[in-house]
Design a protein. Structure first.
Length: 237
């Protein structure tokens, strides 16, 4: 937590996605797994800052980023997931996570990541690289929409922006039990002032960095979606 407590996490996130955006805009090289995973790992603490309503998102997002891109052993996966979430609140089971300890060494780019799963006929298989990538992308969309709504909303409450962002991005993919739990958790959200304090920002500086992420993440999200859509894989699963 040290870096998150003392540094400027929003600035780090914005800068990391600007670098990815520059790679995409150059059209001269594919997006590599390592810088993509690094940028995504910087986003994960934001879910924790939003409290219990988004605890499920933090667990799932961190799991996909760490286990898929950083390749922790399966035993570490299990204990980290137990440490991060309350199973009585969100899930009735812990989905199986594949041990892909060699993934980051053998797969250089996001494009080749998808191609390997296509060749192995495992794109939609639980725990596959492609499935994890799609869910990480969904987390990036969630943060983008949340930031957009925060920037447009006056006042100190986050309930409106967070509820709308959840309904737009995550709710269509969740069952009744999770949607109900999230709705209840919305009443425990921090205030906007508390969130900014946790992020070591004031309203002015936070607005700049949030807008920067919104702008830079858009082409990154589009790039990932295009990887799926141009291969006829779809993104709504």
């Amino acid at each position: 937590m040290g870096d998150f407590d003392t540094a400027k996490p929003l600035r780090k996130i914005a800068e990391a996605f600007k670098e990815l955006e520059a790679t995409i805009n150059s059209q001269s090289q594919e997006v590599e797994v390592a810088p993509f995973s690094h940028a995504c790992s910087l986003v994960s603490p934001l879910f924790g800052c939003l409290g219990i309503a988004f605890k499920f998102a933090e667990v799932d997002y961190v799991a996909k980023v760490i286990f898929h891109f950083y390749s922790l052993p399966t035993t570490h996966v299990f204990f980290l997931r137990l440490q991060l979430f309350d199973p009585s609140f969100f899930y009735d089971k812990i989905e199986q996570v594949l041990d892909i300890a060699e993934a980051s060494k053998s797969i250089a780019t996001l494009q080749s990541l998808l191609e390997k799963d296509i060749e192995g006929n495992s794109v939609r298989k639980s725990g596959s690289h492609s499935r994890n990538l799609l869910r990480v992308k969904r987390g990036l969309v969630m943060v983008k929409v949340l930031f957009e709504l925060i920037l447009l909303t006056e006042g100190n409450s986050l309930k409106g922006p967070a509820s709308k962002a959840y309904e737009q991005v995550f709710a269509p993919h969740h069952g009744w039990a999770i949607r109900k739990a999230v709705a209840a958790g919305m009443y425990a959200l921090p205030t906007k002032a508390q969130l900014l304090n946790n992020l070591n920002e004031d309203e002015s500086s936070a607005s700049i960095q949030m807008q920067s992420y919104v702008d830079a993440s858009a082409p990154v999200i589009m790039y990932v979606e295009k990887l799926f859509l141009t291969r006829g894989l779809g993104i709504d699963w």
